[in-house]
Design a protein around this ligand. Structure first.
Ligand SMILES: Cc1cc2nc3c(=O)[nH]c(=O)nc-3n(C[C@H](O)[C@H](O)[C@H](O)COP(=O)(O)O)c2cc1C
Length: 195
């Protein structure tokens, strides 16, 4: 598929066919995640892949009582985890040279940003392979139980999860009614506002 088609066809899909994701496609999706850029090449990310009973358990734990959701039909879940310490440690190495791990040095949480870049690469790779996905958040009050149930070490923070599969018909999200903001509104050239 042409790159432009991959970008323009990608949309968050919230209903899936009851059809497994081929292992080769899943492997490629995960491999491409590792090609995301990361500050200092820190690569402070991890991906927890859940299928079958483990996937059902994730839904039960993080959003109980909603097993009729179309998203739950996706055969694969990839929980995207960011690892802040990897960045704080990396930047104390000689070629970076910071002598402390002071978080105020960071203009934005690059650990979460880089994990988000990886998530987008996975979504685009899915589209390129005839699959679809949706990135969704995990409620703050469910983060602890998620860690406990899946044995995830504390320094790894789930920024969200991708449900992956073959798209089935779904109702477009109400958010789309907002419409895509045009370049004229969001792109500023030279200075914020022309005088
Ligand atoms: C960080 C992030 C969190 C999101 N969380 C959710 C979510 O929890 N549930 C959901 O249905 N969609 C979620 N979405 C999908 C957005 O609603 C969607 O990207 C937006 O409406 C634009 O639609 P499109 O991606 O299909 O173009 C999320 C997207 C992002 C980038």
């Amino acid at each position: 598929m042409e790159f432009q088609d991959v970008v323009r066809r990608r949309r968050m899909v919230r209903n899936f066919e009851d059809r497994p994701v081929p292992d080769e496609a899943l492997d490629l999706i995960l491999e491409n995640a590792l090609h995301a850029p990361s500050a200092g090449f820190s690569q402070g990310w991890a991906f927890l892949v859940l299928q079958g009973d483990e996937k059902r358990h994730f839904h039960d734990v993080t959003y109980p009582g909603h097993d009729d959701l179309g998203v739950y039909r996706a055969p694969v879940l990839i929980v995207c985890l960011s690892h802040k310490d990897a960045y704080l440690d990396r930047y104390t190495e000689p070629d970076k040279g910071w002598t402390d791990r002071d978080e105020s040095r960071w203009p934005a949480p690059y650990w979460d940003i880089d994990t988000g870049f990886a998530a987008l690469l996975m979504l685009l790779t899915a589209v390129d392979n005839g699959l679809a996905g949706v990135f969704f958040g995990i409620a703050p009050d469910k983060i602890r139980v998620f860690h406990e149930e899946f044995g995830v070490p504390d320094p790894y923070h789930p920024i969200g999860a991708i449900a992956l599969g073959y798209a089935a018909t779904d109702t477009p999200s109400s958010s789309l009614k907002r419409g895509r903001r045009p370049q004229a509104e969001v792109v500023h050239r030279g200075r914020w506002q022309s005088r």
